[in-house]
Write a protein that binds this ligand. Sequence first.
Ligand code: ADP
Length: 658
Amino acid sequence: MAKHQFKTEVSRLLDLIIHSLYSNKEIFLRELVSNSSDAIDKLSYLRVSEEAYKALALEPRIEVRLDAVAKTLSIVDNGVGMDAKELEENLGTIARSGTRRFLEALPSEAKKDSNLIGQFGVGFYSAFMVADRVVVTSRRAGKPDAFRWTSDGKGDYVIEAAEGFTAIGAAPGASEGASEGAAEGAAGGAAGGAAGGAGPTAIPGTEVLLHLNAEGLELLSRYRVQEILKKYSNHVAYPIRLVSQEKEYDEEYKEKGTKRVDEQVNSASALWRRSKSEIKDEDYKEFYKGFSEGMGTMDEDPLFWIHTKAEGTVEYTTLFFIPKKAPFDLYRADYKSGVKLYVRRVFITDDEKELLPVWLRFVRGVIDSEDLPLNVSREILQQNRVMAMIRQSSVKKILSELAELATGDTAKYEEFIGQFNRPLKEGLYSDYQNREALLALVRFKSTFGAGWTSLADYKARAKDDQKALYYIAGGEDERLRKSPLLDIYRKQGLEVLICPDEIDEIVIQSLQPFQGLEWKAVNRSGSEEGLAKDDGAPAGEDASKAVDAARAILGEAVKDVRLSKRLADSPSCVVLDGDDPSLRLRELLKGMGGADLPELKPILELNGAHALVKRLAAAQGEEAEDLARVLLDQALLVEGAPLADPVDFAMRLNRLLK
Ligand code: ADP
C-alpha cells in the first residue's frame, strides 16, 4: 500500500469545494454521473477504433447504489476505467487546465467564498461535499488488474490493488450484493460480488464509493436521489439504474422485510442528440410534452420544432419548440425561462433567461454545448464567447425557419402570429441586429380586410406615388377601425395599418422608413398633408369663424383649433402635434410611473362642412360654448381618452339636444 500526498493545489481546492459549494451540494452527483458517462463514451470509442478492444462486450450502464446500513452511496459504471497510474494522475493532481486556472484566478485567501468556484469544473472532488471518505475502485479496459484509491480528502490518499473487482457484471443483476461488499470500503475486501476474472478481457469499469458525511445522509433516501438524477441527468445517454434496499410491507402495512429495487431512473434518450432522420414526429411531440411540463404551456402538441446540429468551431445541438399557445406568463416580469442548457448531455440550468433574447421567451427547448465547462456559472455564461455564438446562431436559425414557415405554410404561420406577433414586435424594438428579418416576420391588421398583412404586402398594394405607410394606433382593433380619422384614407383608397397593441406606437417610432415608405400615424397633425383633396370641407367664411370661436372658447384646453381636411362624416377629431405621445401611450407611461409627463394638449380639428360646425359659426354665448366643448369632448371620447369632466359634457349635450 503506497501512501501519497495530494499536491498542495488539490488540498486547497478540496477545502474550497467543501466550504464554498456547500449550498448546492447535490451537483456532486451530476459531476460523478457525467464522469461515468464520459468513461463509457471513451470505451465505446476504443471499441470501434482499436482492434485490441473489440473483444470487450459492452452493455453500457451506470448504477447508483444506496446502502442505508453502511451509509454509503456509490456511482458505478462499466466505462473505460483507470489503472494505478491514472488513478494517481487524475485524482491526485489537478489534471484539468480549467481547475488549474481556477486556482490561479484566486488572488487571495479572502476570495475563498466568492462565486469563482462555480466558473470552473471541479468534477470529482465535489464528492467530498457529501462524503468524508471516498473509495474509487477501477479496472482499466484491456488491463488485468484493478486498483483502489482511498482518501478522506484531507491531505493524502492511498492506492492499492483490488483483487477480484468487477464494477458491473456482464449480465444485469450480476452485481447483486455489490453494495454489501462495498460497505467494507477501503478495508481491502472485494468491492464487487461477482468476479470479473483476470486477463485482458476482464470487465473494466469504475466504482466511486462515498461514505456519506452528516451533510450527505439525506442521500440515503431513494426518493431524493431519484429526484436529483432526474433533474440533472435525465438525458445522459446511458441508462442510469438506481439500486437500493427498500422496506416491504404486508397487506396491513406492517413492515415485513426489505427488497432490492433496481430501476432505471433516467430516460437515457437525449432525443436532441439523435440524428433527425431517426426521429419520428411522434417522438418530438412526446418529448415536448414531458419537457415542457410545468413551463406554463398547455399539454398539447407544439406548433412546430427546429432541430439543429452545428459542427465547426463551436459544436452544439439545439432543439427548439414553438408552443401552440402562448405560455401564461409570457407578459409577466417573472416569467420562467423555457430553454434548458446542457453541456455534453448533462443538465446545467433551466433558470438562465439570457440563453435566447428576451423577446424569444416563448421558445421551449434545449441547448446542448460540446465546448462549455460543466460548472459554467451565470456570470461566465453571460460573457462567454461560445455561448454568445450559440445564442446568435440560434436566433438566426429560428428567424429563418419562421420566414420559411411564413411562405411555406401560411395557415400555420398565422396561427403562430396570432400568439406571438407581439413578442416579434418587441424584438423589432430591442434586437437591432435582427431587425430586417423581424420586419419581414411581423404582421399587421389593416383597413383592407380583416386578416393579417405583412409590410411587403402593404408596399405591394401601395399606390405608385405613395410616400407613407399609414397606421393608426392607440386602442382596440374595432374602435380604431371606426375612427373618423380614417375617413379621408378610405375615400382615397389608401390602406391604413391598425395597431392595437400597447407597444405598437413605441415600436413604430423606433423604425426607419420601410422600403421608402415613411411611417405616418394618422392621428398626427399634418399626416393628411399631400393627400389629394377635392371633396372635403370647403374652407368657407363660416368654417374659419367656427375655428376662431372654438379657439377663443377652449383656450388652454387645446394646443390649437384647425380646419380639418381629413373628416368626412364626423364634425370633429383630435390629433397630436409632432412627436407628442398619444393619449393612450401617455396613460401607459403614467401607469409605468412616468409621473412627470408634461400636460398633453391635443389639436382640435373641425369639419367645416358639418352642420354642427356651421351652427357653431353662427352661435353666441352659452350655445357657442356648449358646442365648442362638446365638439372637443366627443372627439376625445372617440380617441378613447378619459374626459376631465364627464358630468359637464353630459349637461352641455343635453342643453344642445333640447
Ligand atoms: P473532469 O472534468 O475531467 O471529469 P474530474 O475531476 O471530474 O474532471 O475527473 C478527473 C479525471 O478522472 C477525468 O478526466 C477522468 O480521466 C478520470 N475519471 C473520473 N471519473 C472517472 C470514471 N468514472 N471512469 C474513468 N475515469 C474517470
